[in-house]
Design a protein around this ligand. Structure first.
Ligand SMILES: [Ca+2]
Ligand SMILES: [Ca+2]
Ligand SMILES: [Ca+2]
Ligand SMILES: [Ca+2]
Length: 313
């Protein structure tokens, strides 16, 4: 995205806002922020693009300003063969109106100065951090009561628990307690109990589902293991009978050849039985099973985060 913008800017006709050198200054309209959506308290990166039309190396400093106050100073150097330069600076956005600008200074050939066209930006608060600014958000504190209802009821639209009794304003209205007066401990205990009950009601079906999977898997492993044990016993019995009747055994060479592992021999009854015994170790014991599920889930989450970080790099 950033690269696309840079390329598009290069297509714009060059014009320095004020003469640093005859052909050196800012590409027009080139102050932008990343990320493009941000709120008060966020740290964003300011970018601009400089252009050097002279075939000489120039160095100096670019100073970013917010409402005329210096944010930071970034040194820059134009190489002779690189006429375009992108520079950036971090900026912690505060709520309110902002006028962002950049100026260039250099001592090459005497002190020179140029300034960019300023960019106007209004930074909104996002009280409940739901990525919708308070101006556009109908429920700034996300307590279940709209800003309009909070104004009507006299509660604080920027505080989800106006009376600080531990029960959110919206919950108090729906259960009939007063969101502006701290309720007695008995009401809070009742609220906590109801909340825990809801959490339990939401998690019990999931827990039951996992337990059902464990029991079914354990039953299948037991049943399949029994079948394989019988099959192996039957094969042993046939081999013993063959020996007693005096049939010749395969030669040593043939034995060696036949014992070479093949993709199919890996799934012999004995190997499958060994695998099932391993699975049975995890499924037959509740503690071992749930600890294993927890560890696997943890590893999956870490892998997911690692992949997401790699995508963002
Ligand atoms: Ca919000
Ligand atoms: Ca609210
Ligand atoms: Ca409350
Ligand atoms: Ca209350």
């Amino acid at each position: 995205m950033k690269r696309l913008l840079l390329v598009s800017l290069l297509l714009l006709p060059f014009a320095a806002n004020a003469g640093l050198y005859e052909n050196t200054g800012f590409v027009p309209g080139t102050i932008w922020m990343s990320p493009s959506t941000y709120f008060a308290g966020d740290t964003v990166t300011l970018y601009t693009v400089l252009f050097n039309g002279d075939k000489t190396a120039i160095s100096g400093a670019a100073t970013f300003f917010d409402n005329g106050t210096k944010i930071s100073e970034t040194p820059f150097t134009f190489a002779v063969d690189k006429p375009v330069l992108e520079i950036s600076a971090p900026w912690k956005a505060a709520e309110g109106e902002h006028l962002i600008s950049v100026s260039l200074t250099t001592k090459t050939g005497g002190l020179r100065y140029a300034s960019s066209s300023p960019v106007r930006s209004y930074v909104d608060k996002d009280t409940d951090a739901d990525h919708i600014g308070d101006i556009a958000d109908d429920d700034d504190d996300n307590d279940g009561l709209s800003d309009i209802d909070e104004a009507r009821l006299g509660t604080d639209p920027l505080n989800p628990d106006t009376d600080k009794d531990g029960m959110p304003d919206g919950q108090e209205v729906s259960q009939g307690t007063n969101p502006r007066i701290a309720d007695p401990i008995s009401a809070r205990i009742q609220f906590a109990s109801t909340t825990l009950g809801k959490i339990e009601a939401a998690t019990v079906p999931i827990a039951n589902g996992i337990e059902s999977v464990r029991q079914n898997l354990d039953a299948w492993v037991d049943s399949t293991s029994d079948t394989l044990k019988k099959e192996i016993a039957a094969q042993k019995s046939v081999a013993t009978t063959t020996n007693k009747l005096g049939f010749s055994q395969p030669s040593a060479t043939a034995k060696t050849t036949s014992s070479m592992p093949t993709p199919f021999s890996l799934f012999s009854p004995r190997n499958v039985l060994a695998g099932l015994s391993t699975i049975n170790f995890f499924t037959s014991s509740q503690p071992i099973f749930y600890i294993s599920v927890f560890i696997v889930t943890l590893l999956c989450v870490r892998l997911l985060f690692a992949l997401m970080n790699r995508r963002h790099e």
